[in-house]
Design a protein around this ligand. Structure first.
Ligand SMILES: [Zn+2]
Length: 399
């Protein structure tokens, strides 16, 4: 397992030159002008045409060769345990594998796969705290894993949420997969969590694992969470009427995931586009799960969103980048001055009928990942999981 220390920020500047397309991750302005991006001290400090930017001498350069730069993707729905191992599918290095599929940030939807997962209030609180602190201290391959999503059990009191929030836990695991099944009780705990800026997710759709329940729009409307989790199924989808009810009667984001019904994913994205509510769509994988660990899960979600949901590639990218960062108020997921430099250099995969990365998404192909960068540090220089890029992309170390 490759586990690196927290915050691998580098003081070394980096320039990405000869960029063919700059995909911002921001809905409404998904494409930026320019061919060059400058990174210093782990943040984006310049975006524009090479001649207009201050470029330090002797800087390391990636020549993108006309390929596309986009923000690193944030998977809004993962179920980690500790380190880069999942007992759910007995898989090591699944987080590193997802990094090689373009994921630079992950948000836990709960840590239910811990063998012997405790179900007492003290136990779930301890688990959330330990998972949060553990991933804060050890970032697998540099990936930012926000874990410690408390699973709700009867008996938790308001002070428990205060304690978790004070310790830095920002998430409540998806409601419905743990002991709290009553919507009134779930709503009370949701109020306690939201009063402390914790983000609350409700599991929706069919049952996922033994012990989880079937949850429709009524439950979501009563609880008023921040996210209606995997509305296209985890793995069994809600009906379109339920999705409409959630959009109309809550302020929750709706989440689309890989571990769901892909036909419904397309219909739900199309629905959100028609209703002008794409800003409420966030993307995730729900991995690891019964359907496995999907290193290219996020790339498949955005390819499905674009090709089946009939949105353009840059808009699909925003669902997996800026939209997720907005939900969590984080400073990555966008190409913007001052944003954390979590970046991907992507291209149409060799052999694709498409000529650019965004065209590839629009015809339903997954992207080729050439480089992944986290906090300004190159963490992938050749993906071991995607096909190679169509274009030649080269790195020159600082002189
Ligand atoms: Zn679920």
């Amino acid at each position: 397992m490759s586990v690196t220390a927290a915050a691998p920020t580098s003081g070394k500047p980096l320039v990405i030159a000869n960029i063919g397309m700059l995909v911002s991750g921001i809905l409404g302005a998904p494409l930026l002008d320019g061919d060059t991006l400058v990174v210093q001290d782990g943040i984006i400090t310049g975006i524009g045409m090479a001649g207009d930017l201050q470029i330090p001498d002797g800087v390391a350069v990636i020549d993108a060769g006309g390929a596309t730069v986009m923000p690193g993707m944030a998977d809004n729905h993962v179920h980690p345990v500790f380190g880069d191992f999942t007992p759910r599918q007995k898989t090591v290095d699944f987080i590193e594998s997802c990094l090689h599929g373009g994921v630079t940030t992950m948000y836990s939807a709960g840590e239910p796969h811990l063998p012997g997962r405790p179900t007492t209030p003290a136990g779930v609180k301890a688990l959330a705290l330990l998972a949060h602190l553990s991933f804060d201290n050890a970032r697998p391959s540099g990936v930012k894993v926000h874990a410690g999503a408390v699973l709700l059990e009867p008996g938790l009191v308001e002070q428990d949420f205060e304690d978790l929030a004070q310790a830095g836990c920002r998430l409540v695991g998806e409601i419905g997969i743990s002991g709290v099944k009553d919507p009134t009780e779930a709503a009370q705990m949701t109020r306690w969590a939201q009063a402390r800026q914790m983000k609350v997710m409700v599991h929706t759709g069919g049952a996922s694992i033994p012990g989880s329940g079937v949850i429709g729009a009524d439950f979501v409307i009563e609880v008023q969470p921040d996210v209606a989790g995997h509305v296209n199924g985890g793995p069994t989808s809600l009906g379109i009427d339920d999705v409409v009810a959630i959009l109309e009667r809550t302020d929750a984001r709706i989440e689309i995931v890989h571990n769901g019904n892909i036909t419904m994913l397309g219909r739900i994205v199309d629905l959100a586009r028609e209703r002008n509510e794409l800003h409420r769509v966030v993307a995730g994988t729900d991995c690891p799960a019964g359907s496995g660990v999907q290193p290219l899960g996020m790339l498949r979600v955005i390819a499905s969103a674009a090709s089946l949901g009939l949105i353009d590639g840059p808009t699909a990218v925003a669902l997996a980048t800026g939209n997720v960062a907005d939900l969590h108020s984080d400073a990555n997921g966008r190409l913007a001055i001052g944003a954390e430099a979590d970046l991907l250099i992507v291209d149409a995969p060799l052999g694709s009928q498409a000529k650019t990365a965004m065209e590839a998404l629009e015809i339903g192909d997954t992207l080729a990942l050439a480089f992944a960068i986290i906090d300004g540090v190159i963490v992938v220089s050749k993906s071991r999981n995607t096909p190679p890029p169509m274009r030649s992309i080269t790195f020159t170390a600082a002189r």
